[in-house]
Design a protein around this ligand. Structure first.
Ligand code: AMP
Length: 520
């Protein structure tokens, strides 16, 4: 995309809010009930920007964060944008080994760390040098300085601004990939801005809307589904440190939340909560389920229990989190659909040769628009594969019905989604193959009522070697985040291969997957 006359960057978004609605509360911290007006939020972002500048962080530098949800994410997201630096949030569910790979890849100039992760950070720093370390909430970190003290001592005037344009990167979010190694999706300023515009227009958000953020802010969902769009229109965010089903139900009612995001597993957890039956959602205009396929049975069950609107949303870190829109009426009439593409967006459904399929047929969903990312950080091969002529290839299967409504219909990419977290088969298989007893390994997903899917690893041992299921699982646990560790391991004599030498997962799923699972 070209450099427009009026650059669509996000550096001014909070400053503008502070000018328009300085005394409106933009953020409430769920646990402490601390409130921040837009004037205060902007002042904090300015202080953070000035602090970072004084520490030598400049345009294009990466700043990582490894912490639970807090106002610090807001400081960093908006403050770093003001000086053209790049926010690189780290998933705290990952092991030090996984984090080291990511830190080596994006080479952050600075890292901000919460008290719970000081130990992991120490391990990570044995592998990767990071110049500047800031501890939040009293985190004891060797050579680190206090984030709060640094921010408090910095000036709250708008920082000196480097030239910025819409293509400058403001955020790198890591996702796993088909090669088994994480890839950093580069989000330019324009993507974040257009996600605000698209969401506000298509989802009808206004200044009176209130939304909880209780999913992790290291993911695109926490940062961009409601937070940035609501700050754009002057709405209010209630931020919870982490997810707790009882506490979040109470929060939604107490704060009179109007728009609420969950992943299917969260909706399941809410429905299983003792306080669900009595929960009063009268303030909620709609719930949105995203991040994973939402079973139609779940939508029915929710509606029967509570009435109200539960819509299905769809998005991807790489193309912005909110890609579709549907009205309340459509969410009932077209249950199972994700609706129509969001306002500033184009979509196609194509076959293996890139030709549009006939309406009604299933193909790959590809997306074009100002909300599409700029590719992957220092990974031209992955960028070229995903972004072709500006069209992002999602790896998801979709179809349209005769009225043009879109439905997600599975995945081409070899990935399972467990509790809303993506697990790429290649990454887990690579770890299994590092075990001396494992000759071949293939991961498939098993449907799971709670998590949506769980992993099942099909293993062929090396000749003359044996291993137990528990041995392999604990080997895996030491190397991968818990959510990536398969639920079970099945040992077989041989895997089925296609003539091209690829494991035929469809056959494995048939043999060892859902239908067969009960007999294993
Ligand atoms: P992430 O980048 O972590 O947001 O994951 C994006 C992936 O989640 C997509 O490529 C889909 O495979 C999956 N996903 C998100 N929303 C839905 C949905 N409503 N239905 C099916 N899959 C979804």
């Amino acid at each position: 995309m070209t450099n427009e006359l009026y650059p669509s960057h996000i550096a001014d978004l909070l400053s503008k809010r502070a000018e328009l609605t300085p005394e409106r509360v933009g953020l409430v911290v769920a646990e402490s009930a601390a409130t921040y007006t837009y004037r205060e939020l902007n002042a904090r972002a300015n202080r953070l920007a000035n602090l970072m500048r004084s520490l030598g962080v400049g345009k294009g530098d990466r700043v990582a964060i490894l912490a639970q949800n807090s106002v610090v994410y807001v400081d960093l997201l908006y403050g770093l944008a003001k000086i053209g630096a790049i926010l690189a949030p780290l998933n705290w569910r990952l092991t030090a080994r996984e984090l080291s790979y990511i830190a080596a890849d994006c080479a952050p100039r600075a890292i901000v760390c919460g008290p719970e992760y000081a130990g992991v950070l120490a391990e990570l720093r044995r592998e990767v040098d990071i110049d500047i370390v800031l501890g939040i909430e009293g985190a004891q970190i060797e050579g680190g300085q206090s984030y709060e003290d640094g921010v408090a001592a910095a000036a709250d005037a708008e920082p000196e601004r480097p030239p910025l344009n819409s293509e400058d990167i403001c955020c790198i979010l890591y996702t796993s990939g088909t090669t088994g190694r994480p890839k950093g999706a580069m989000l330019p300023h324009r993507q974040v801005l257009f996600n605000c515009i698209n969401t506000v227009i298509s989802w009808g958000l206004g200044a009176d809307d209130i939304s909880p953020v209780m999913t992790p802010m290291f993911h695109a969902g926490g940062l961009f589904v409601f937070l940035t769009p609501l700050f754009y229109v002057g709405g209010k965010i209630i931020m919870a440190r982490s997810f707790d089903s009882e506490a979040s139900l109470a929060l939604i009612q107490r704060e009179r939340c109007t728009v609420v995001l969950g992943v299917p597993t969260l909706f399941q957890m809410w429905m299983a909560s003792p306080s669900f039956a009595a929960a009063d959602f009268s303030a909620v205009r709609y719930f949105v389920s995203g991040g994973a396929p939402c079973p139609v049975s779940l939508i029915h069950a929710w509606r029967e229990a509570k009435g109200g609107v539960l819509r299905q949303g769809y998005g991807l870190t790489e193309v912005g989190v909110n890609c579709f829109t549907m009205s309340n009426e459509e969410s009932v009439r077209k249950i199972g659909s994700v609706g129509h593409p969001i306002y500033h967006s184009r979509m196609r459904i194509v076959d293996g040769d890139g030709r549009d399929v006939v309406r009604g047929e299933t193909g790959e969903l590809i997306i074009w628009g100002p909300h599409v990312c700029a590719g992957y950080w220092r990974n031209e091969a992955a960028t070229a594969q995903a972004l072709r002529d500006g069209w992002f290839h999602t790896g998801d299967m979709a179809r349209q019905d005769d009225e043009g409504y879109y439905y997600l219909a599975g995945r081409y990419k070899d990935m399972i989604i467990s509790g809303g977290e993506n697990v790429y088969a290649a990454e887990v298989e690579t770890v299994f193959l590092e075990h001396p007893a494992v000759g071949e390994a293939a991961l498939i997903g098993l449907p799971d009522a709670h998590w949506g899917e769980v992993g099942q690893m099909i293993v062929v041992t090396r000749p003359g070697r044996t291993a137990t299921e528990e041995e392999l699982l604990s080997f895996c646990r030491a190397r991968l985040a818990r959510y990536k560790v398969p639920k079970r391991v099945v040992f077989v004599e041989a895997l089925p291969y296609s003539p091209y030498g690829k494991v035929i997962k469809a056959e494995l799923r048939q043999r060892y997957g859902s239908d067969a699972a009960s007999t294993l």
